[in-house]
Ligand binder design. Structure first.
Ligand code: ADP
Ligand code: MG
Length: 682
């Protein structure tokens, strides 16, 4: 029988209660138990105190001299001290609230203790004491596994149980990797690796074991993705779009600017997908300002020429408004009817929009989640574009796709995702990258200043505006809501309007009507207003080349991606630009974020460091992104292994005899056992 079919209660000591306790940890079978890896180890190898750093954890053995002495602070709290001779050095050992040890410790005996080392006082604050020689013998030199446990499960019980499971079933652990791969990467056998992960004799064994299991974990994961891709490729038929190339080219020609080489390339990739008989599932990534909107417009236009409806879905109402404006500007001259659909519309506006969509009068629909509500019925949805797609839940994507038959899907992200992460998270997608900025972008110097320097920033704004430039001043939302917190922006606006006069200051916030917003933006664009105080409305889509100053107030309230987005509003042709982050960050992470912003303007670099700072789960929002949670692999560290595993997996699934070769059998069976449905991200 397979270990994954043997329930954990075959082990002695596991009754009904224990079985339930283990289930809480996700352990049901022997296989689960063996794969419940420790998340760290207690190191009981003897330390060399001369080398040990301050506050480091150390383990030492030494002779006790004198009796331990105890001082009581109250009935419960005590402090016990003793002197140990460790290799000729006198070390003070301190125990808090463990006075019961006093009678066990005799002068002259050898004691082993581990705890925190105070280098200056030659003192150890002990957290574990090994009194008897037998106990010392058992633990000394060991790396003891530390597992995640629940309150009902004791660590040492679990340790023993896992040890017991290895004794009884260790030999039945089957290899899954083909010999050839094990040899190529010098990987130790699976059974050995699993055992070493729990009970390594030393660091080297632990590392070998981890290397082997991480590769396996990533290979199996990539294998699933590749397999899914293969199945999708051959089975999911999509719409075959048909549109005349010269008409698309004519549209491109009448744009206000020539496309960059990168834009041309990604447009070609997208149009090829749209014409193909398979459903497009493509990720378009590019830095802020790299010009994704126009690429989306071209795809929507081709889709329109092919006689289909298109939908552009964005995460917030403000973005929906802005995209509706820019897409309308681009497409309506070509006879495309663009309709918005957002949650803030009146019932009547909404009814009207829904009617147009259903009748097929709306060629392109731009909106928020409202786009995927049940009431929305499309006539013939052919293309769905999602901006900032990782902010959408997996379910929402699925729902929208179900609206049409099998619309082509293009995901756009302005948060450049490090390539390796992209291929993992979006592994089943094709990825197009705009890696070139439109010509004429100017360098942006970024400074971080404390709030006390605010008056000097105001002077700086005055000076720049005095020489004909324009400035943004961005204030954060205090609550995480779409409705903007006005107070902050209002206050800053009033203050600046007074101090900067006669320089004219405008205010933009989310509670204004679209017409009001447009009016303020027009004034700013026409330089009738020189300083625009705004909440994050301007994050995307705003383009005023003469603006060269971006001041972000309380910048530590923004995430790195958003700061980068905001900064991208300047440096658009009007000459060298400046970004000032005004913040008194309260956390280390906040400080680090400010530092990163001042060090680089490269969106990919920023997202790489953001990822490092936050870890992949937090970076993308684990739940939403469908980012897999690995037992051992760490996407920030095991990037190289991931790439290797990916290419190995691709080679494997494409072998004609993949399903039949005996040495690949375990891998193939594994794929059959996996419920691949759960892997399709939408
Ligand atoms: P993002 O990729 O951040 O969505 P946008 O699509 O908003 O970027 O484009 C940023 C600005 O660059 C817009 O004002 C757009 O009109 C302009 N733009 C896009 N492509 C080009 C190009 N090839 N040449 C010059 N300007 C361009
Ligand atoms: Mg955009």
């Amino acid at each position: 029988m397979k270990l994954s079919q043997i329930p954990v209660d075959v082990l002695s000591g596991v009754g009904e209660q224990r079985k339930q306790d283990l289930a809480e940890l996700g352990i049901h079978t022997i296989a689960d138990l063996l794969a419940h890896y420790p998340y760290r180890y207690e190191d009981y190898r003897l330390s060399d105190l001369a080398q040990a750093g301050h506050d480091e954890k150390v383990t030492v053995r030494g002779r006790v001299y004198g009796q331990p002495s105890v001082r009581w602070f109250n009935k419960k709290k005590s402090r016990m001290t003793a002197k140990l001779d460790v290799d000729g050095v006198t070390v003070h050992a301190i125990w808090f609230n463990q006075a019961y040890l006093k009678n066990k410790i005799q002068a002259g005996q050898t004691l082993m203790v581990s705890g925190k080392w105070d280098r200056h006082r030659l003192q150890i604050t002990v957290d574990r004491t090994f009194v008897s020689p037998a106990e010392q013998e058992k633990h000394m030199g060991r790396l003891e596994p530390v597992y995640s446990v629940t309150s009902s499960i004791k660590m040492h019980w679990l340790r023993k149980l896992i040890y017991e499971a290895f004794l009884q079933y260790g030999r039945e652990i089957e290899e899954v990797l083909p010999q050839e791969l094990c040899e190529r990467y010098k990987l130790i056998p699976r059974a050995k690796a699993m055992y070493y992960l729990h009970f390594p004799k030393g660091k080297e064994e632990g590392l070998q074991a981890r290397r082997r299991m991480v590769y396996e974990e990533l290979l199996l994961y990539e294998l699933k993705i590749m397999w899914l891709r293969k199945i999708n490729r051959t089975e999911v038929a999509g719409i075959v779009h048909s549109f005349p190339d010269d008409q698309v080219e004519a549209f491109v020609q009448q744009l206000a600017f020539p496309l960059t080489g990168a834009q041309r390339r990604v447009v070609r990739e997208i149009l090829t997908d749209m014409r193909s008989p398979y459903q497009m599932n493509r990720l378009l990534q590019g830095d802020v300002g790299s010009g994704k909107t126009v690429v989306a417009a071209i795809a929507l236009y081709a889709n329109f020429l092919s006689g289909h409806q298109g939908a552009l879905m964005v995460p917030t109402e403000i973005l929906a408004d802005q995209h509706a404006i820019s897409i309308t500007k681009l497409l309506s001259p070509c006879g495309v009817n663009v309709v918005s659909l957002t949650g803030s519309m009146t019932a009547r506006e909404r009814r009207e929009a829904l009617g147009q969509i259903q009748m097929g009068l709306a060629d392109v629909v731009v909106g928020t989640h409202a786009l995927i509500q049940d009431a929305v019925v499309y006539r013939n949805l052919g293309l769905v574009i999602m901006d900032e797609q990782h902010r959408f839940g997996v379910k929402q994507r699925a729902t929208l796709r179900e609206k049409g038959e099998v619309p082509d899907v293009l995901h756009m992200t302005a948060t450049p995702i490090p390539r390796t992460l992209a291929i993992t998270v979006f592994g089943e997608m094709d990825v197009s990258t705009i890696d070139e900025m439109p010509a004429g972008r100017q360098p942006i110097d970024t400074y971080w200043v404390k709030k006390e320097l605010w008056p000097r920033i105001v002077n700086f704004i005055a000076k720049e505006c005095g020489s004909g430039r324009q400035a943004y001043v961005i204030c954060p939302l205090i609550e995480e809501s779409e409705k903007l917190d006005l107070e902050n922006a209002q206050e800053v606006f009033e203050q600046l309007a007074t101090t900067l006069a006669p320089i004219r200051v405008g205010l933009l916030h989310g509670r204004m009507t679209p017409a009001e917003k447009e009016e303020v933006m027009r004034c700013f664009a026409d330089n009738e207003v020189q300083v625009l105080v705004s909440t994050t409305v301007v994050e995307v889509g705003v383009n005023v080349p003469n603006a060269t100053v971006m001041v972000i107030y309380d910048a530590d309230r923004f995430g790195l991606a958003q700061l980068h987005q905001l900064r991208g509003r300047v440096g658009r042709g009007g000459g060298a630009s400046t970004c000032v982050l005004v913040a008194d960050p309260k956390s280390e992470m906040g400080v680090e974020r400010m530092r990163i912003m001042t060090e680089t303007t490269d969106g990919f670099e920023i997202s790489r460091r953001d990822l490092e700072l936050r870890g992949p789960g937090d970076f993308l929002g684990v739940k939403q992104s469908g980012l897999p949670e690995f037992k051992l692999a760490d996407l920030t560290e095991d990037v190289r292994v991931l790439e290797v595993a990916r290419s190995d997996a691709a080679q494997l699934v494409n072998q004609p005899d993949f399903a039949t070769r005996p040495e690949w059998r375990p891998l193939y069976e594994y794929l059959q056992e996996e419920n691949l449905e759960t892997l399709s991200f939408d």
